[in-house]
Design a protein around this ligand. Structure first.
Ligand code: SAM
Length: 280
């Protein structure tokens, strides 16, 4: 019997359902249920929430979330080979777990969940960053979700919490810290996963702020920071040329020297610049 529920150990689940890890789907599984319960605890109080899990795989994190008392878990998994293993979890937790077989980049199940919603995922990092940006940039704020608890490569996690002046500072730091409180809550060595990835990982927890730290339009801010950091070594008046023909005037109006480089510019100043660009 496993540590947290009456279901078989994950190694057995993987053997029974022949879930050999597929590189193309970024499959590095967490098989230690004590660890998945620990990650689930980082998501906060789940007892009053529905949880959206992306990429449950054989269900290690799912079992952690349910054992930690999640009111209900809805999962989106692309690999249909995982469905029989996930059905066993659904049977063990009647009425509390459902799976949608599909691509999380194409389906948005957030509308089907009653708030408050927490989101938890251990995903391939490129899918994770794409979804993170989507979750952080809806037009209106606050969003339907209350918190995000997401596994990333350590280096990506550091980009999310980075401060101006550091090499890791960029689009992810700005979008995450603009509308959320982001922190690294756990670090995991490659050996925590089966098979082990090449690099270390970290869990980032983001709590949605009731309102953004500074006023700005999400689409304009996204566009400005993407351009600014795309050519991060250039002066902003050059890297942002494509944003507006009057970019020098907008930079000056926002209090940013046009010769400044993106790395040195604060979140507050980027928001001021986005407002100037939107006004024009
Ligand atoms: N959550 C499990 C765990 O922690 O052991 C599995 C983690 S594994 C790193 C990533 C999972 O995401 C795999 O099960 C994979 O099939 C799934 N996945 C990959 N891309 C996906 C996508 N676009 N939509 C939904 N699931 C996806």
């Amino acid at each position: 019997m496993s540590a947290i529920d009456s279901l078989p150990p994950l190694r057995e689940v993987i053997a029974t359902h022949q879930l050999s890890a597929r590189k193309s789907l970024g499959q590095n599984f967490l098989l230690d249920l004590n660890l998945t319960a620990k990650i689930a605890r980082q998501a906060g109080d789940l007892t009053t929430c529905d949880v959206l899990e992306i990429g449950p795989g054989p269900g290690g994190l799912t079992r952690g979330l349910l054992a930690e008392g999640a009111r209900r878990v809805l999962a989106v998994e692309k690999d249909s080979r995982c469905l029989p293993a996930l059905q066993e979890i659904a049977d063990a937790y009647p009425g509390r777990f459902d799976v949608i077989n599909g691509d999380a980049l194409e389906i948005d199940p957030l509308d089907h969940l009653p708030p408050p919603i927490r989101i938890a995922a251990n995903l391939p990092y490129n899918v994770g960053t794409e979804l993170l940006v989507r979750w952080l940039t809806p037009k209106d704020w606050p969003p339907v979700w209350q918190s995000l608890t997401l596994m990333f490569q350590r280096e990506v996690a550091e980009r999310i919490v980075a401060q101006p002046g550091s090499k890791a500072y960029g689009r992810l730091a700005i979008l995450a810290q603009w509308r959320a409180e982001a922190k690294i809550v756990l670090s995991l060595p490659p050996g925590a996963f089966t098979p082990p990835p090449k690099v270390s990982s970290a869990v980032v927890h983001l709590d949605a702020l009731p309102e953004p730290r500074f006023e700005a339009d999400a689409a304009v801010l996204s566009r400005v920071v993407a351009a600014a950091f795309n050519q991060r070594r250039k002066m902003l008046r050059a890297s942002l040329k494509g944003i507006s023909p009057d970019i020098e005037a907008h930079l000056t109006a926002a209090g940013i020297p046009p010769t400044e480089r993106a790395e040195q510019v604060s979140l507050e100043a980027f928001c001021a610049l986005a407002r100037e660009v939107a006004k024009a």
